[in-house]
Design a protein around this ligand. Structure first.
Ligand code: DOR
Ligand code: ZN
Ligand code: ZN
Length: 428
């Protein structure tokens, strides 16, 4: 099968390309990127005024299988990904049972091959059962294809154990995806501050994140391992990351669309769709996150797609589950807030959702180079996109962005040369 994409704006940051051209897909590979391609094709897509970009890569997604299929499944979560323009997602291990051994890593791969419509890369847990007392079998998980290790949902409290995990990860060339939270300082349900006081809610202080950011960068530095910091949310974390990079520590960091778009001031009542961990911080913190994306201190945008059942959100704010869905809102929020807001160029935005996450994983994806696997997304960047939660493909509906006016619609998602989304609709 040959697909010819005509006259699109090809944005391929890995190859420094941002120009109007054609792109030819042959089978599962990108055959040619050039002006005026005249090859015969089985399908021709007119991409005039559209962006043609590498398929998006999300380092941080909760697909909930095994164990929490009432929230999301690999079938629904990967369809949500495809609708959002993602062709590869990394699945966090806080499942039930926890993904802490090679059998569960294999299980997720098998399920993804059977039910999924995009690539799923399993992440293994750092400790057995995420209990924080004994390391999981990192080597065996690496052998069968775990792409990283993470304790996401919490930090590994014991610094000696974390240091050992970093040593092992280095040995198997895996990045460590670090949820930074000192639990003794995080016994609340929103950001600590005036808004929490006004609402009578207990707060989570910024230093709960910053303490572990600092600790784990020190540990990574001392064993010379790579560390990737998840969902950075505070201005002080950004300062620390910047300094660590200047000192040569192999640290990368991600920010979520909700942390660069919203702040605690958007929490005006007890709508648990605004509850996540880390919480929405102050306006000043959100501004620091946008600035860090601009100056490169934060090189990755990841969603922390965290689906929950309506019943787990339709309850008291303090009792509600943490997290929001993010796959179907990420790119339009990036275009609206970061590109239209003047923080990033289109190419810089796309880099943070394609080649930069690919580099964190050390995989050969996230570019439109000739000969690469044909993971391609086509976006109308000018379409107004008012989010309609009822139309989302995710099984879950927990998002604070219902009715939000964002910018840009995904028209096509092509995975290994196979069209999964066409004219904004799922084909599978
Ligand atoms: O908001 C969150 N939800 N933060 C986390 O760290 C975990 C996640 C989840 O699994 O629901
Ligand atoms: Zn987390
Ligand atoms: Zn998460």
């Amino acid at each position: 099968m040959k697909i010819l994409i005509k006259n699109g704006r090809i944005i391929d940051p890995a190859n420094n390309i941002d120009k109007i051209a054609d792109l030819l897909v042959d089978g599962d590979k990108i055959a040619k990127v050039a002006e005026g391609i005249t090859d015969e094709a089985d399908k021709v897509i007119d991409a005039a005024d559209k962006w043609v970009i590498p398929g998006l890569i999300d380092l941080h997604v909760h697909l909930r299988d095994p164990g929490y299929e009432h929230k999301e499944t690999i079938a629904t979560g990967t369809r949500a990904g495809a609708m959002g323009g993602f062709t590869t997602v990394c699945a966090m291990p806080n499942t039930d049972p926890v993904t802490d051994n090679e059998i569960l890593v294999e299980y997720i791969k098998m399920k993804a091959a059977r039910d999924g419509v995009i690539n799923v890369l399993p992440i293994g847990a750092i400790t057995k059962g995420q209990q924080g007392s004994e390391l999981a079998d990192i080597g065996k998980m690496a052998q069968v294809g775990a792409c990283a290790i993470s304790e996401d949902g919490k930090s590994v409290s014991n610094p000696a154990l974390m240091k050992n995990a970093l040593r092992y990860a280095k040995m198997f060339d895996l990045p460590v995806f670090d949820h930074c939270e000192e639990i003794t300082l995080a016994k609340g349900s929103m950001n600590a501050g005036d808004r929490a006081s006004l609402l009578g809610l207990k707060g989570i202080s910024n230093d709960s994140e910053e303490l572990i950011v600092a600790r784990d960068m020190i540990l990574a530095g001392s064993v010379k391992a790579k560390i990737h910091l998840c969902h950075i949310s505070t201005a002080e974390s950004v300062i620390q990351i910047k300094q660590a990079k200047e000192r040569g520590i192999a640290v990368t960091a991600e920010a979520t669309p909700h942390h660069f778009t919203l702040s605690e001031e958007d929490i005006t009542g007890y709508d648990a769709n605004f509850k996540m961990n880390p919480p929405l911080r102050s306006k000043k913190d959100a501004e620091a996150i946008r600035q860090a994306l601009k100056d490169g201190t934060i090189e990755v945008i990841a969603t922390d797609h965290a689906p929950h059942h309506t019943d787990e959100k339709n309850c008291e704010f303090e009792k509600a589950a943490n997290g929001i869905i993010g796959l179907e809102t990420a790119l339009p929020l990036g275009i609206k807030v970061l590109v239209e807001g003047g923080w990033l160029t289109p190419s810089e935005l796309i880099a943070k959702m394609t080649v930069n996450p690919a580099r964190v994983l050390g995989i050969d994806k996230g570019t439109l180079g000739e000969g690469m696997t044909a993971d391609i997304t086509i976006v109308d960047p000018n379409a107004e996109n008012i989010f309609d939660v009822s139309k989302m493909a995710s099984k879950a509906k927990n998002t604070p962005f219902g009715g939000y006016k964002a910018k840009g619609k995904v028209l096509y998602t092509i995975v290994s040369g196979e069209t999964v989304v066409e004219n904004g609709k799922l084909l599978k």
